[in-house]
Design a protein around this ligand. Structure first.
Ligand SMILES: [Zn+2]
Length: 385
């Protein structure tokens, strides 16, 4: 952010925003939920959940169950009878009133699960994940055990994925090109900007520079790119990082209520030096018009003026509410014509920053672009492993 003399005023504006928006938003999110609430299936904060009556808790858990199941947790309606049976047997052993652990997760199992979660002092939402499995000593392995790490892959896991990918597309775990295809940056860690994700080589033809320079091997896209569906929208993303992204978006939305509209999950782009993490489907950009690039505290003039004019892509945001309860349009209009009055969330402490959703994403294995040295990329989050 800069004023007419070119002075960096970003921190002044940040202080303003912090007072006007963030504090209000954080206070609002901590209000206890009213009784007899209707539930949308969105994740309630721990505080709101603890304040619910038993009846509301069951209603909430049922509304939440589809999301819970889609994220590899287990709740009402789960189709994995074997795992459900293991849960029921363990609940029964702990004294729950389950006559026949037959493998159907219905309301009786839900109520018993919630009671057991409460008794163990963990989040009581009827959604069986790592915490519940550990607390009740349920012997579940495989798919759910993976979710124990919240979708976060270790460097070892990633190296294994990389080797497998490279072997498949190049017939060589080292990822050397062949058959007329070139290899992207290969399976080795990316040290630039301190990033270390490793999802294997991408087979491509053409040049890595720009958006339309490269044609990726469609087999690689088919095998690696999937659609993540979240409360904030659906994003094309690498399947290996999908569950961690879904969890991070979910938690960020519950805590900050930001629009989190994506402007590029999986998208082929890069420079002549190599592809961006977006090309692996391991990078994602959120709410770009309030999170432009900046270098030395100066925001990208193209993005900022575009946002003020309601330019391409920004119209999707106009009617959404920001954390203070105004629509973004009302908020921007209220700031007046001064160019320096653009909202600025990219700096340390902002809702997208290292105390905001950046922190949440970090917990799930992602790094926030606002933490880069040199050019800050406030809209950008990328998987580290
Ligand atoms: Zn990006």
């Amino acid at each position: 952010m800069w004023d007419k003399k070119g002075e960096d005023t970003s921190y002044k504006w940040f202080d303003y925003l912090k007072k006007k928006l963030l504090c209000e938003a954080i206070e609002q999110s901590k209000e206890p939920a009213p009784a007899a609430k209707e539930f949308t299936g969105a994740r309630e904060s721990d505080e709101a959940l603890a304040a619910l009556s038993d009846e509301d808790l069951v209603k909430y858990a049922i509304s939440r169950a589809p999301k819970c199941n889609s994220m590899n947790f287990i709740s009402v309606g789960n189709k994995n009878a074997k795992n459900v049976k293991l849960i029921q047997q363990q609940l029964q052993a702990a004294g729950a009133n389950i006559a026949d652990p037959e493998g159907t997760f219905g309301q009786t199992t839900l109520i018993a699960t919630i009671a057991a979660q409460k008794q163990s002092g963990i989040r009581a939402d009827g959604c069986v994940g790592s915490e519940t499995i550990a607390a009740l000593k349920i012997p579940i392995k495989g798919m759910v055990a993976k979710q124990v790490r919240r979708g976060k892959f270790s460097s070892k896991d990633l190296s294994e994925i990389a080797r497998t990918n490279n072997e498949k597309y190049f017939g060589n775990p080292g990822g050397n090109p062949g058959n007329g295809w070139q290899s992207s940056l290969t399976s080795v860690r990316r040290y630039n900007r301190g990033l270390n994700f490793s999802l294997g080589a991408i087979p491509y033809q053409g040049t890595t520079a720009g958006r339309r320079g490269a044609k990726l091997d469609p087999r690689w896209i088919k095998d690696n790119i999937e659609r993540a569906r979240t409360a904030a929208g659906s994003f094309r993303i690498n399947k290996h990082v999908k569950s961690s992204l879904e969890a991070a978006v979910e938690e960020s939305r519950a805590q900050f209520g930001l629009p989190m509209r994506n402007v590029g999950g999986f998208v082929v782009k890069g420079t002549e030096k190599g592809f961006s993490s977006h090309t692996w489907g391991a990078g994602i950009d959120f709410d770009h018009w309030v999170n432009p690039f900046s270098r030395g505290g100066v925001l990208s003039p193209r993005l900022t003026s575009n946002a003020r004019k309601g330019g391409k892509g920004t119209d999707r945001y106009w009617d959404l509410k920001n954390p203070s309860g105004q629509t973004w349009k009302q908020y921007l209009d209220g700031l007046g014509p001064d160019e320096s009055a653009m909202p600025l969330y990219v700096f340390v402490g902002g809702p997208y920053g290292d105390n905001g959703i950046g922190k949440i994403f970090n917990k799930h294995g992602w790094k926030w672009g606002g933490d880069y040295r040199g050019k800050k990329d406030g809209m950008h989050f990328e998987y580290l492993g």
